[in-house]
Design a protein around this ligand. Structure first.
Ligand code: CA
Ligand code: CA
Length: 186
């Protein structure tokens, strides 16, 4: 079990979420992630489909992150983010409520065709929203780890448990460590 592994994952996650690389997490980052996901899925700029995805990301910011800031604050530093995520890890009930809600919100974005499961292309488009340079090869590698029953799709539980594990597990072997498309096992 590795605390260092968990810290590396949380910091890497912050870098992915800080989409405009300003060094702080803001609502603007979530708008940008939504727009990138929409673009990767082939939705036109200004389309309703794009607006739905952007709304889902903005909801993550407003419902999950913003309430943990002091009133009036509109940006979260890396230190605040790390501290906040670690606190959730050590409080399983709060973690389940928060990261579980994050997982549900991300599933609604990733499952672009709404059939209840995430296929490899949907997963690639979803991760492209977080990391524009990521390749299909990288996301396919991660996909195979997350697809625990090997049926070629990520079920609701495979997708959401990957997110919970990524943000909370200290186990180097946890499949969810692959959630961002990167190998954290070494
Ligand atoms: Ca789908
Ligand atoms: Ca599966």
């Amino acid at each position: 079990m590795s605390q260092d592994l968990l810290l590396r994952k949380i910091q890497h996650g912050f870098d992915r979420f800080d989409a405009d690389r300003s060094g702080e997490l803001t609502e603007a980052d979530h708008v940008l992630m939504g727009e990138r996901s929409a673009r990767a899925l082939g939705h036109a700029q200004g389309s309703d489909a794009e607006a739905r995805i952007v709304d889902a990301y903005v909801a993550v910011w407003r419902r999950l992150h913003l309430p943990r800031l002091q009133s009036g604050a509109d940006a979260m530093t890396r230190e605040q983010f790390v501290e906040s995520m670690l606190r959730l890890t050590d409080d399983p009930a709060a973690g389940e409520a928060t990261v579980g809600a994050l997982a549900e919100a991300f599933l609604s974005v990733a499952d672009a065709d709404g059939d209840g499961v995430v296929d490899p292309r949907e997963y690639f488009c979803f991760l492209s929203g977080h990391f524009p340079g990521i390749t299909r090869e990288e996301t396919d590698l991660a996909f195979r780890r997350l697809d625990r029953d090997g049926d070629g799709t990520l079920s609701h539980s495979e997708f959401t448990s990957a997110i919970v594990e990524f943000w909370s597990s200290r186990d180097p072997q946890a499949p969810g460590n692959w959630w961002t498309g990167r190998d954290f096992s070494e």
